[in-house]
Design a protein around this ligand. Sequence first.
Ligand code: RP5
Length: 184
Amino acid sequence: GETNEQPFASAVHELETNIPGTSKKPEVGIIMGSDSDLPVMSAACNILSQFGVPYEVTIVSAHRTPHRMSKYAIEASKRGIKAIIAGAGGAAHLPGMVAAMTPLPVIGVPVKGSTLDGVDSLHSIVQMPRGIPVATVAINNSTNAALLAVRILGAFTPSYHERMQEFLVKQEEEVLVKAEKLES
Ligand code: RP5
């Protein structure tokens, strides 16, 4: 409703004004079932920003806004979106339903709810029927969803491929430094 959308809108505005990746034509669409998913999903925004991948972020609910969901899924590819990250909790039908209506790769983020610890979301997203794949990441791990999106785009965008390679090298170095410190 109106009251829920306001904090989301300002949070998104803050993200959009602080993140350089969002000013260009978006290549990744980040959608989520509710504004309550934003604290989890913002990590995906940060990763895409870090990699310089232009993205868009909005609320699309499979249950509360089914018509908006169909429109989003049907039009995403025509708008230049190359991959969709969809976060949802509970009866998390958003990633699967979007995947049913677009040939684009869809990455699902199971968002942990308050009652069933996110296992409900995980099972809802991962247990897709044959024919409609959703790449499912760990519960609340929108970081990995974004990293996977970068890898998908990297298969045909050399600069993203190179940045992913650098990310892996840097990540390994950081762990080695910690290991050295611990050993000394
Ligand atoms: C899902 O239900 C959303 O993705 C969210 O994770 C969960 C709870 O939503 P609200 O409590 O914000 O309505 O649709």
